[in-house]
Unconditional design. Structure first.
Length: 371
């Protein structure tokens, strides 16, 4: 079965996700603003959910068409082959959004899409009432400039929810973004990673999982696992494949520290849950006392932002201290994500490279120092 998929993603990560999908053997990978499209079979559906480090969720693209009236919307939805995925007892709630379109009432669109799917499935199954007591098939619609996309969510909870971080400290970085920071820093098995403002340890954990090829979703469940149309063996095969690719034979060590003792304790607990505690060393320490433990190193950090945790002056002072501590030295690279356009000025030198990324809704720059 050839399936068309869509991955919605954080802006700035489209190319990172596209490269990852190609490594997972996805076909016809295309990156667009805020989403990546690709094709594959049932195994790839499971593999992408289990193995993708950067995707927010994996969606099936059921169909796309243009609609400028509710009648066009109804007929367009009804023409799609919903029975390929949704059974007579399955639940199929509808949600979505409309932007710059003639069909601007989201609640009306929701009702019409639901009615059209009911009509289609009713005619296929020969029933007039759906009790919807079976597994959930979340229908997601997006209407952008009158172009309608109809999707089925296969993930359930967002893919950033790996399962190792039931609790986090204030303003945590999303796991998917933390993994992307490590990927963009070209973190490898022979590197020594540092995060001197580690908080709940997300960057350290995602880095350790990435270099040892630990699939982020191998220990969690997904909505599509409960769907009758996908055999259980598909999920079993893909979990076994993912575990076979794990390898902890490396020189990699990650050093994390934080000024807050409770954050350090939380990071240790999270690292243990993620199965990478043996690769991570943690201690309570101020950034002003940052001391490297190796000849070479890669520093990746997400310092507190003035608009979130500290006032602007404190953030600027923090950047100045980082500039003093993160010295230009052979074998050392520094990667810092910050929303401050003045970061380089406070840090004391211009980045070798910058990349625009979004931390949630906050527009940031990823400042890279590697020369």
């Amino acid at each position: 079965m050839n399936i068309r998929f869509v991955i919605p993603c954080l802006l700035g990560l489209e190319s990172v996700i596209a490269n990852e999908l190609r490594s997972l053997e996805a076909l016809n990978v295309t990156a667009e603003n805020g989403r990546v499209l690709f094709e594959g079979d049932e195994n790839l559906l499971a593999r992408a959910n289990i193995c993708s480090r950067f995707a927010e969720r994996i969606q099936i693209l059921v169909g796309e068409f243009e609609a400028r009236s509710f009648e066009e919307l109804f007929q367009g939805v009804k023409a799609l082959q919903w029975e390929e995925w949704i059974g007579a007892r399955d639940a199929f709630p509808v949600k979505g959004y409309s932007i710059n379109s003639k069909l601007f009432s989201v609640s009306d669109c929701q009702s019409i899409i639901k009615k059209a799917v009911v009509d289609r499935l009713g005619s296929v199954y020969g029933i007039s009432w759906f009790d919807e007591t079976g597994p959930v098939h979340q229908i997601q619609f997006s209407i952008m400039k009158d172009k309608v996309s109809l999707l089925l969510d296969t993930s359930g909870a967002g893919l950033h929810k790996r399962g190792y971080r039931p609790q986090a400290n204030a303003a945590p970085i999303k796991e998917t973004l933390a993994a992307a920071l490590c990927d963009l820093a070209r973190l490898r098995k022979y590197h020594t990673l540092y995060d001197p403002m580690c908080g709940s340890g997300t960057i350290l954990i995602e880095g350790a999982m990435m270099v040892h090829n630990v699939a982020p979703g191998v220990n969690r469940n997904f909505s599509a696992e409960r769907w009758d149309v996908i055999p259980d063996r598909v999920w079993l095969d893909e979990r076994n494949r993912a575990r076979d690719l794990e390898s902890f034979d490396s020189d990699f060590i990650a050093y994390g520290s934080d000024i807050d003792a409770s954050s350090v304790e939380l990071a240790a607990a999270n690292a243990a849950k993620a199965g990478v505690a043996s690769k991570i060393r943690l201690e309570k320490r101020d950034i002003a006392d940052f001391t490297p433990m190796s000849e070479k190193g890669t520093v990746i950090c997400n310092p507190p932002y003035g608009e979130r945790l500290l006032d602007i002056e404190q953030a600027q002072e923090l950047y100045r201290i980082m500039g003093e501590k993160f010295i230009k030295k052979h074998g050392w690279a520094y990667y810092i994500i910050s929303p401050s356009e003045e970061f380089e000025k406070e840090f004391g030198r211009k980045a070798d490279k910058r990349r625009k990324l979004y931390n949630g809704m906050i527009k940031c720059q990823y400042y890279m120092y590697f020369k």
